[in-house]
Design a protein around this ligand. Structure first.
Ligand code: ADP
Ligand code: ZN
Length: 656
């Protein structure tokens, strides 16, 4: 039946061909009888007429003048010999037809006028040109129409078209068509999350053991965590472990410019899934559709998104717990999701997928180092230590980047330095050695960075320094790297010490250069945010102790506190920052010589490490208090825990 289904498909190449032919024919038919035709200026042509070279004249459309040249005079007009059997002519444009007529009359009337030929006035139409201009707008319209069609079908190429707008664009990873099945083995770390999803795997494998006991299996699970932590990977692994098909779609794919498309795509997705059940539907970035409804103050809200969300809720209620479809969604912000999504029977299960800690990073490195050819100098342990705060995706990126760097340097194996370079690159953007810097600027930056380094060295709770550099990277001019102690909670002392160290750059500028610069802007921004968070969220100031004004309702403009409190928050923030700034200046004055030495070494070497600082200032005098009480091994434990987060405010370990 399908055999002679060979009508050529309409495609862009056809259109191009048609237009091409049209253009070529216009050009060819335009003036086909031209043999020897030369363009000249009007004055030249007048001279030819005056000198009697011209045999006959045609005036076309009152604008174009064609003058046929006498055979004998041709040599005076043309550079090339004329071809036999042709009538050579020159062509020009007439400025004013009246002037031309006067000129011809003069020629004819005066005694010594040499032009005796005829003048033909013609109306000539360029048929093809006219035709072209008549159909061009239609061609343009067709172009635009086709373009829109293709856009609407999501770039679907051959099988796209306007009729598929409402179809879901879910990607299907089937047992058959996926060559590499992802299992839990491919997901390093994330033991807690894996355990939680294990239940889903069991259910998909043998649903009856659960339903026989009358148990209800969750219909949906929500993976919550920062980008790149392996949420997609985990969902795929669930499908792989249970050996069921996996539909993957991003929340933003539902949202289109047409009303009703999102809802219809949701319906279509679930219809497809029901055919393939048991299976997993994975919706990435569900916040694109699942944001809390009706809180958006912008006019009228986004009805289309609400419709989509409503449809999603309806579909999830519509299938029974035993229909074998499980929806796994991912987001990095569970707090902005609509409450209806999180109710029992929908995404009632939240699984946290966090940034990996030290040991997990080691495991993830293990996974991604496997395909690389490694030099024995590479040590997973140090790599993991050098990458606090990195996500799984960042680590995958480091490994890939290291391999690229090694290849660029034509090495046989990827060695330690390649990895360190890759890490640097990912932390700070590309190194910009070519950025010009005057000696004065360099000194200023060195003094600034040495300020950070000096202060963090002498504060008990500040993060230990790894290295300081004045090599510009990306937009930052210099940077100090710290090894954040990995910890779950942060004390007030730690935060104040870090604030003091961050202010150290500006303080050093004021103390040792005498004027302050914009170089500290980034530092100040961080300090201000930090102080605000400490006062308003963490209840860490004297006057507003133990109060948290954190507000997770995104679109509410009402502050949960009074004007007076707002003023108080401001005052407390000012006070806190001022105190730390004074403290920084005092410390710097105290260690003036050391700071100056440090700045000099920085200018000389551009990059200095903790050892260099130790050579100048001596060993850091602190052992941590917990070490005193519990002994040394507590340190290792604390390093194996997570990076510092306070109320969701991730601290950055690079100070500019
Ligand atoms: P998310 O969906 O959370 O943004 P992905 O699942 O897309 O993150 O992760 C991106 C990539 O990062 C993965 O393809 C994988 O290579 C790597 N990755 C992330 N987490 C892990 C992990 N725990 N183990 C191994 N690789 C990981
Ligand atoms: Zn700084």
């Amino acid at each position: 039946m399908n055999k002679n289904n060979k009508i050529p498909k309409f495609s862009f190449s056809w259109l191009y061909l048609i237009i091409g032919i049209a253009l070529v024919s216009i050009w060819m038919f335009d003036d086909g009888n031209t043999n020897q035709r030369v363009k000249k200026s009007y004055t030249e042509v007048e001279d030819y007429i005056r000198n009697g070279y011209v045999e006959e004249i045609s005036v076309i459309n009152n604008r174009i003048l064609e003058a046929y040249i006498l055979k004998d005079s041709a040599a005076k007009v043309f550079d090339k010999p004329i071809i036999d059997g042709t009538r050579p002519k020159v062509e020009t444009t007439i400025g004013s037809i009246d002037n031309f007529d006067n000129f011809i009359r003069q020629q004819r009337e005066s005694k010594d006028g040499k032009f005796k030929g005829v003048v033909n006035y013609e109306e000539r139409q360029n048929l093809w040109g006219e035709l072209f201009w008549n159909i061009a707008p239609f061609i343009l319209l067709i172009f635009v129409w086709i373009f829109i069609m293709r856009r609407m079908s999501g770039g679907g190429g051959a099988q796209g078209g306007v009729f598929n707008v409402g179809k879901s664009q879910a990607k299907l990873f089937d047992k058959e068509n996926s060559s590499t099945r992802i299992t839990f083995k491919d997901v390093a770390g994330q033991e807690g999350a894996k355990q939680e999803v294990q239940e889903i795997v069991d259910f998909l494998k043998s649903p009856q053991t659960y339903t026989e006991l009358g148990g209800k299996i969750p219909k949906g699970a929500l993976l919550v965590g920062p980008p790149g932590t392996g949420k997609t990977l985990l969902a795929k692994a669930v499908a792989g472990e249970a050996n069921v098909p996996f539909f993957s779609m991003s929340g933003s794919d539902f949202v289109e410019m047409f009303v009703g498309v999102g809802a219809s795509r949701v319906r279509d997705l679930f219809r497809q899934a029901k055919e393939k059940a048991p299976c997993i539907i994975f919706i990435d970035e569900i916040d694109a559709v699942g944001r809390a409804r009706g809180k958006n103050p912008s006019m009228g809200g986004n009805d289309e998104r609400e419709n989509t969300l409503n449809q999603l809720l309806t579909e999830m209620d519509g299938f029974g717990t035993n229909s074998g479809i499980i929806v796994i969604a991912a987001t990095n912000r569970a707090d902005i999701l609509d409450k209806a999504l999180l109710r029992a029977g929908r995404f009632d299960r939240q699984i946290h997928v966090d940034l990996p800690d030290l040991n997990e990073r080691k495991e993830i490195f293990g996974v991604h180092l496997r395909p690389l050819k490694l030099d024995p100098s590479v040590d997973v342990d140090t790599l993991a230590r050098q990458t606090p705060g990195f996500s799984g995706a960042d680590i995958a990126n480091v490994c890939n980047e290291a391999a690229l760097i090694a290849a660029r340097n034509k090495k046989k194996a990827v060695d330690k330095q390649d990895f360190l370079d890759a890490i640097d690159r990912i932390i700070g953007g590309l190194e910009k050695k070519t950025k010009v810097m005057t000696q004065k600027e360099k000194e200023a930056i060195a003094i600034h960075e040495a300020g950070h380094a000096t202060i963090s060295w002498f504060l008990e709770h500040a993060n230990p320094l790894i290295k300081v550099t004045i090599v510009p990277r990306g937009r930052a001019l210099g940077a100090a790297w710290y090894m954040p102690e990995e910890r779950q909670i942060t004390t007030k002392e730690q935060m104040l010490d870090e604030m003091c160290a961050t202010l150290g750059g500006r303080a050093a500028e004021e103390c040792f250069i005498g004027h302050i610069s914009t170089g500290a802007m980034n530092d100040l921004e961080r300090v201000t945010k930090q102080a605000y968070a400490m006062v308003a969220y963490a209840g860490m100031s004297d006057n507003l102790s133990n109060l948290c004004y954190y507000n997770n309702q995104e679109f509410s403009f009402n502050r949960p506190y009074s004007e007076k409190t707002a003023e108080m928050i401001d005052t407390e923030v000012h006070k806190m920052i001022k105190e730390q700034y004074e403290r920084a200046k005092e410390l710097l004055r105290e260690h003036k010589e050391g700071h100056a030495k440090l700045a000099r070494v920085l200018i000389e070497k551009e990059v200095i490490f903790a050892e260099d600082v130790e050579n100048i200032f001596g060993k850091r005098p602190w052992t941590s208090r917990s070490e005193e009480i519990f002994g040394k091994n507590d340190k290792e434990n604390s390093e194996a825990t997570d990076d510092t987060t306070v109320n969701g405010l991730q601290e950055n370990n690079v100070a500019e």
